[in-house]
Ligand binder design. Structure first.
Ligand code: IPE
Ligand code: IPE
Ligand code: MG
Length: 253
């Protein structure tokens, strides 16, 4: 976001913004359209938001696009959402790479088809050297699953004698999460009026500010993103202390 500070706002801008993109189904239902149409329009909102976030100078943008719980949806909807990810990685990648973005996918990969997994790995590897905004897509992501996978990896190192249990601290756990190389989000936005976290970044969002927007995700626009950031700037962040901390809190534990 630009350097100027509006009245009543602190100077700190969020470095990492994470969004729970919710409300595609309700957007479609209100228009008597199939849920799939809501997801299609949701993908357009995602593309727009990536552009707007980069314009606003956000360094890391994480988008929750499919949760470990979303497998409970009807098979046809699950297949459609998997198809959208595939098309996004296939078709948008060149454009994102051209714009200098780094692409990261977080979430369990074992459940993905081998070719989709290869596409995802290619997207990450081919953009790893870029210096623009980091776009993190949370797909087949669940925070509890991520913490379980991290715990299993740590236990494996302990069992192999490579790690002393006494050396396990917050940094070690953080280092085994899918987000090991990313700063924690300072701002989490959820659209559609729901006010829950739905298994998203439970560890990483320990001190995030939450902004809940009534806007349904397909309607989410730049003004809504700017409004959420303005709301963030008005918050007093104390991190357990007494005085507000205004410096940018980029970085993990
Ligand atoms: C968000 O929209 C997209 C995903 C969770 C994949 P929803 O599909 O959850 O939309 P609502 O909540 O039914 O309106
Ligand atoms: C959260 O939305 C997951 C994503 C946005 C990908 P859901 O619509 O799945 O969440 P619940 O079921 O309402 O908690
Ligand atoms: Mg929903």
């Amino acid at each position: 976001m630009s350097a100027e500070t509006r009245q009543g706002e602190s100077a700190a801008d969020p470095c990492h913004v994470a969004i729970i993109m919710d409300g595609n189904g309700r957007w479609a239902k209100m228009r008597n359209l199939p849920r799939q149409e809501g997801h299609r329009r949701g993908l357009e909102a995602l593309r727009r938001t990536v552009r707007h976030a980069a314009e606003l100078g956000i360094e890391v943008l994480t988008l929750y696009s499919f949760s470990t719980e979303n497998w409970r949806r009807p098979q046809a909807e699950v297949s459609f959402l998997l198809g959208l990810l595939r098309r996004f990685v296939e078709k948008d990648l060149a454009e994102l790479a051209e714009a200098g973005l780094r692409v990261r996918i977080i979430g369990g990969r074992e459940d993905l088809a081998p070719d989709l997994r290869r596409l995802v790995e290619h997207a990450e590897q081919s953009t790893a050297g870029n210096s623009g905004m980091t776009l993190v897509v949370a797909f087949n992501y669940g925070s509890r699953d991520e913490i379980v996978r991290a715990t299993r990896a740590i236990a494996t190192e302990v069992a192999a004698g490579r790690l002393d249990p006494a050396a396990i601290d917050e940094a070690v756990l953080h280092g085994h999460l899918d987000t090991a190389d990313l700063p924690d989000p300072e701002l989490v936005i959820r659209t559609s009026g729901e006010t829950r976290i739905s298994n998203f970044l439970l560890w990483q969002a320990a001190y995030a500010e939450f902004v809940f927007s009534p806007v349904l995700w397909p309607d989410f626009d730049k003004a809504d993103l700017v409004a959420a950031i303005s709301e963030y700037r008005r918050r007093e962040r104390r991190f357990g202390g007494v005085e507000p901390v205004t410096v940018r809190k980029a970085g993990a534990a």
